[in-house]
Write a protein that binds this ligand. Structure first.
Ligand code: SF4
Length: 446
């Protein structure tokens, strides 16, 4: 399999080859297809009905009403099977100013920012994800996360290209070893959709330069893990590892799993949210071979919780993969309890445990996305006790300079009265707990 698979833009799957009376799945469509457009009858030539049915089933995917309308309007020439093919979605990503203009009514700020962009973190939006946004509203929350504005070019105090110091902890290219028993394996620099607040904005989507990933680089990372027996946990990230084709990913997971001291493997991905069609039954069958395997989903807003995402998460959960979520707190996008609560509850309903809520990292040009830290604490206070405990994520700051994740939570200790510790509950009321030997609440360091 070609390394071109690592760069979805250049990957050209054979969508419509017809040879010797055979047909590819993309030629198949029927009224049973749950995709956005119900194509009319087609001539299948000599293809057997069994092969047709099998191919149709493989690419069947639900579609929400808004997405169907978008699809008909902006991609009328694509068949429903193409729309449901993740490789078509990757290949058809919205990248250029011209493509953006065809779909969105751009503000002057957006237009100018896109025009002057160079280097890493390009614009890249799957047609599916674009379908969830308001074409005429630059303030649309999802649109703000993927269409650049002039604010990206402003440098605020404390911002840096690599605020988490990952480059410092990079032991071989693409492998970060910071915590004692865990490594971060950057398997690719490609994402299906690029987030404007990305922690790795310096390297993802880079058309050239030091962060090109290759099998040769993977081998060096694998050799490092093999040589370091203290590594028991590997987080596969990037970029988005699910932009890698099944065969290559299978190979990589197999190699990691073959290392005896590696117990725990995780994949960090946004694909089930921005490219849900990527979660094919074949992919799930392949992932199942590598258990125990966990997946962390990058989720931002309740508008992402569509029928398609219900399907992608169900397929992963049904494959026995425990799912957790990671959400970056973003100003004006998801920084209220009114937005965050349905997001967390919606995830739980899709068998995804809300895991981390991140304070936005101070990457260059991200001040317009960052809230103050207190906002995150207020959100946690607004969830804790007010909804299912499983729906409450841990609020963390990834400490600039490589200090690792530091969890913050509203302080429930209200003080002490003699032998009693005074505790504040979720409604702000004070309760006593007998704690005669305790030092907590006495004003002295614990
Ligand atoms: S999907 Fe993840 S790695 Fe890719 S741009 Fe978004 S935050 Fe960055």
């Amino acid at each position: 399999m070609s390394l071109q698979l690592l760069r979805g833009r250049e990957y050209k799957p054979p969508l419509r080859p017809v040879q010797n009376g055979q047909t590819s799945p993309s030629d198949i469509s029927s009224s049973q297809d749950a995709g956005p457009r119900e194509d009319g009858p087609k001539e299948f030539g000599k293809v057997t009905s069994i092969a047709v049915a099998k191919a149709k089933r493989a690419l069947r995917f639900p579609a929400n009403h808004q997405t169907k309308a978008f699809y008909r309007r902006f991609f009328p020439d694509a068949s429903s099977v193409e729309w449901n093919d993740w490789r078509w979605q990757l290949r058809s990503r919205i990248h250029t100013l011209e493509e953006l203009t065809r779909i969105f009514l751009l503000s002057d700020g957006e237009r100018a920012a896109v025009s002057r962009h160079q280097g890493a973190l390009p614009v890249g939006i799957t047609p599916y994800y674009a379908s969830l946004m308001a074409p005429a509203d630059p303030a649309d929350p999802l649109r703000r996360t993927v269409v650049m504005t002039g604010a990206e070019y402003l440098l605020a105090p404390g911002e840096a290209e690599d605020p988490l110091g990952e480059d410092h902890d990079t032991v071989v290219p693409g492998l970060v070893h910071r915590y004692p028993d865990r490594v971060l394996f950057l398997a690719t620099g490609t994402c299906s959709t690029y987030c404007r607040y990305c922690t790795r904005s310096r390297l993802v989507g880079n058309p050239g330069g030091e962060y090109q990933f290759s099998v040769g680089q993977w081998e060096k990372a694998l050799a490092y893990i093999e040589a370091h027996t203290e590594v028991r946990d590997v987080l596969l990230s990037g970029g988005d590892p699910l932009t890698i084709g099944d065969d290559k990913l299978d190979w990589l997971l197999g190699r990691i799993r073959a290392i005896k001291h590696v117990e725990f493997v995780r994949i960090g991905t946004k694909a089930p949210i921005v490219l849900p069609q990527r979660i094919t039954k074949d992919l799930c069958r392949m992932l199942k071979k590598h258990h125990p395997l966990w997946i962390s989903l990058h989720v931002t807003h309740p508008a992402e919780l569509t029928d398609e995402v219900t399907e992608s998460t169900a397929r992963l959960a049904d494959a026995g993969i425990p799912l957790g979520s990671q959400t970056v707190l973003l100003k004006g996008i998801n920084d209220t309890i009114k937005t965050m609560k349905p997001l967390m509850q919606g995830l739980l309903m899709r068998r995804v445990k809300p895991y981390y809520l991140y304070q936005c990292d101070p990457i260059r040009g991200s001040a317009h996305f960052r809230t103050d830290v207190e906002t995150g604490l207020k959100i946690i206070a607004g969830l804790r006790g007010h909804t299912t405990g499983y729906a409450v994520p841990a609020f963390v700051i990834d400490a600039p300079g490589g200090g690792g994740k530091i969890q913050l939570a509203p302080d429930p200790v209200a003080g002490r009265d003699g032998d009693d510790l005074l505790l504040r509950n979720f409604e702000g009321q004070i309760y006593r707990y007998p704690d005669p030997a305790g030092r907590l609440g006495r004003g002295a360091p614990v």
